[in-house]
Design a protein around this ligand. Structure first.
Ligand SMILES: Cc1ncc(COP(=O)(O)O)c(C=O)c1O
Length: 385
């Protein structure tokens, strides 16, 4: 099987991730902080190490400001619903995944907030000046993706963050497609809230993710419950990470994430990104009839700049075939896994002009090989022949 759906979830996971989860499940997966015994202490220590590894990866000032949840969706909902107050204005963009768009749309529909959705440029980037132009005295939050899961373009989050900070607002960055693939420096870049998922570029299993909460952001408690520590307080404590972490965490998932993070840190984010861009270039080079494919995403960026400015995914369409048909043929005839459709990002496809059918997304990962890419290019050649 050739797996080119890493933007949905990375697969297979590196062997070390499977081994660590299996080992942890059998030896130490007790309830962290909920018992004084050795296994509970080991589980707690593993979670704190996972937090420290994430803090190292993102250069976060304080590990405890990284809170764990189920996925990026959880982190984004926590941030959006925990920060915005009735009467606020928020700014977002057409490039967003539904996990940003839907919570914001819901608040807007309920009349709680007003919302501005910024367009993208013809090259599929956001213009920082557009954020400045959309600003109102009521603007509290700017919520944008770091890398689009449809076009692959990496957005100028630092430039946008400077504008947001100058005006006293908060910047929420959706790092679902960038964490583990694009360098992120939370001490240098003006990012107040960063949502991440554990199962894509961080190489962990599904079911783990979360949110970094900077000092400037006040996020209301999300789910209240047991923290394993001080049980005497009538409501969720103010201290991080417990303020936003209630209930038993996904201990085995976090053990897998720890193993994934170690691999990412060992290999280095820049080296992973270089590999992924090289795989995209290989695909472009290997297709014999590139003119018979419609290439979506930052075409100029890919053609002129060796893929700088984008992560390892491509949107394509084949003339005469619906994206869903291409996906089915690749799966059934060639055993190649890709993701056709709207990729949970309907506004991005409206921007591209590919709504409602979408595109065929090919997304590479740390384990993708040149040979696999050449086979995938050959399959597209057969389809376009
Ligand atoms: C840009 C973007 N944001 C958010 C998400 C949501 O991630 P999760 O499903 O892990 O919550 C995804 C997942 O595909 C994504 O690509």
């Amino acid at each position: 099987m050739i797996y080119l759906d890493n933007a949905a979830t990375s697969f297979p996971k590196p062997e070390g991730v499977y081994r660590e989860m299996d080992h942890f499940a059998r030896t130490s997966a007790a309830n962290p902080g909920r018992g004084g015994h050795r296994r509970a202490v080991e589980a707690e220590a593993m979670i704190e190490e996972t937090r420290r590894l994430l803090a190292r990866l993102f250069n976060a000032p304080r590990p405890e400001r990284i809170v764990f949840g189920h996925n990026a969706t959880d982190g984004l909902n926590m941030a959006i619903k925990g920060v915005l107050r009735p009467g606020d204005h928020a700014i977002t963009s057409v490039l967003e995944h539904n996990s940003v768009s839907r919570p914001l749309n819901r608040l807007e529909q309920e009349g709680a907030i007003t919302l501005t959705r910024l367009p993208a440029t013809a090259d599929h980037f956001l213009d920082p000046d557009a954020v400045a132009r959309a600003w109102t005295p009521k603007t509290r939050l700017v919520a944008i993706t770091h890398a689009s899961n449809v076009t692959g373009t990496i957005q100028p989050v630092a430039a946008i963050g400077r504008i947001v900070r100058d005006r006293g607002g908060l910047l929420l960055v959706d790092a679902a497609q960038s964490a583990g693939v694009v360098p992120i420096d939370l001490q240098r870049e003006p990012i107040d809230l960063l949502a991440f998922t554990g199962h894509k570029g961080l190489l962990g299993p599904t079911g783990v993710g979360g949110l970094f909460v900077g000092e400037r952001a006040e996020v209301r408690t999300w789910r209240e419950g047991g923290t394993g520590g001080d049980s005497t307080q009538p409501v969720q404590p103010d201290e991080f990470p417990h303020h936003l972490e209630g209930g038993t965490p996904n201990v085995i998932g976090l053990a897998g994430l720890r193993a994934g993070l170690r691999l990412v840190l060992e290999r280095g984010v820049e080296s992973i990104l270089t590999h992924e861009r090289a795989m995209l270039r290989e695909f472009q080079k290997a297709t014999r009839r590139p003119d018979r494919l419609s290439w979506y995403g930052a075409d100029r960026v890919l053609a002129d700049c060796n893929g700088d400015g984008r992560v390892g995914l491509l949107g394509l369409n084949v003339a005469g075939f619906a994206p869903a048909e291409v996906g089915a043929i690749l799966d059934e005839r060639f055993d190649i896994a890709v993701r056709p459709g709207l990729h949970c990002a309907p506004y991005a496809h409206r921007h591209l002009g590919t709504f409602p059918q979408g595109t065929v997304r090919l997304s590479v990962g740390i384990l993708t090989t040149v040979e696999q890419i050449r086979q995938a290019a050959a399959a597209f050649d057969e389809l376009t022949a």
